[in-house]
Design a protein around this ligand. Structure first.
Ligand SMILES: Cc1ncc(COP(=O)(O)O)c(C=O)c1O
Length: 385
């Protein structure tokens, strides 16, 4: 079999491979604490499950999704954006439902890049951005996210040559893996920069609803001129504790939304209709459960931060997301530390180097476990250190 050359740089997803390995360790009787899971350990709200269950019972809801009207889900997405971010969207032209944000995240590269085109990608970052660029035959230029810059890319440090050549720039706040959030000032600068260099902004806002200290993160689209230069990808996955549903959205620039919609008309057949009904219900219903859920995440964050500080790991408390970004101790590489910790304590943390070169020296801990279990992980790590 001759596989296309463009596939060569594509790496597997280590987190998924590790999930298999850890599941096997559990089967062998090891008490593994997997701190790599980027999926909330809470249930989707009960009323949404009821809607889904009821809809599944309708035998005429099991056809291709294109047989059913798309408009109600687009309307629900537009009103959610209005309610949450005060952003006006035309549901017909500026909203596109996705099979999870991953769907749009991958397809957007096919819409924006021709072979050899340059994309600016943060480092560290969610590995699928780089993979998406690679599959189109595009070139990746990394933008370091560093502690001294609050894990925001320094737009002024992007060489003018690269800025002129770039077709797109990836932005992801609240950020996976660092847990950082972006300021309004950053977004204003970004939009001015994107206009000046004619670069399309793709903002990944999948974590906007998991936040702490009552400070809801903003959306890129809230800022003047955003729709002219880009789109935002969002998702129900983390907001509604339903990563398995595969429901997300692309919103913003109508030309790019039209291009994405054209590609998706060929690459998939839309969202299972009962899932659409549940998603509409989610987007239109009370979000009180999120406040309680976020309080629990916050408590976990605080327990972890205190515990890890005590055992001498330097951590950067996140303002949002359920991830903690921490420095690995002196003398270890990220991978060495994480794999040694797994071997000796059965605690798995994700090496920061997996998210890029600038992730080296860090690790990521997901607090998708109850406090008691997190405290146990810290205790085991204390023994290890
Ligand atoms: C930064 C980021 N973006 C996008 C996604 C994809 O989410 P989904 O496809 O479930 O919407 C993830 C998943 O972990 C993520 O961490």
């Amino acid at each position: 079999m001759q596989i296309a050359r463009r596939m060569e740089p594509l790496k597997g997803v280590l987190v998924m491979e590790m999930n298999m390995r850890l599941a096997k360790m559990k089967q062998e009787g090891k008490d593994v604490i997997n701190l790599g899971i980027g999926d909330p350990d809470f249930n989707p709200p009960g009323p949404l499950l009821n809607v889904l269950q009821e809809a599944i019972g309708h035998l005429d809801y099991h056809h291709y999704p294109s047989f059913y009207p798309q408009q109600p889900l687009k309307d629900a997405i537009a009103s959610w954006y209005k309610r949450r971010f005060h952003v006006d969207l035309d549901p017909g032209r500026e909203v596109l439902p996705l099979l999870g944000s991953t769907d749009g995240l991958f397809m957007v590269h096919l819409c924006l890049l021709d072979s050899g085109d340059l994309a600016l990608v943060p480092d560290p970052s969610y590995p699928s951005y780089e993979a998406g660029v690679q599959v189109t035959g595009g070139q990746v230029q990394k933008m370091p996210l560093q502690r001294e810059n609050e894990f925001l890319p320094d737009l002024e440090a992007i060489p003018a040559e690269a800025a002129k050549k770039a077709k797109m720039i990836w932005i992801n706040y609240p950020n996976n893996p660092t847990g950082a959030t972006a300021t309004p000032e950053f977004y204003r600068k970004l939009i001015a920069w994107a206009k000046a260099y004619e670069v399309t902004v793709v903002s990944d806002n999948a974590y906007s609803e998991v936040y702490f200290d009552n400070r809801p993160p903003v959306s890129f689209l809230e800022f003047s001129g955003a729709k002219e230069v880009g789109v935002e990808l969002h998702s129900l996955s983390k907001s509604y504790n339903c990563c398995g549903w595969r429901v997300g959205m692309a919103v913003g620039n109508p030309d790019l939304i039209a291009a994405l919609s054209k590609i998706k008309a060929h690459s998939d057949r839309g969202i299972f209709y009962p899932m659409q009904l549940a998603a509409i219900n989610a987007l239109n219903s009370s979000e009180d459960f999120m406040e309680k859920r976020n309080q629990i995440f916050q408590e976990r964050r605080d327990v972890l931060v205190a515990g890890l500080n005590k055992i001498g790991l330097k951590v950067y408390p996140p303002k949002a997301t359920f991830y903690l970004w921490a420095r690995v101790p002196e003398g270890y590489s990220s991978q060495d530390f994480c794999f040694k910790a797994l071997e000796q304590t059965n605690v798995w943390m994700v090496p920061g180097s997996l998210y890029g070169r600038y992730g080296e020296g860090y690790l990521r801990i997901a607090f998708t476990h109850p406090v008691k279990r997190l405290a146990e992980a810290v205790e085991r790590l204390q023994g290890f250190r």
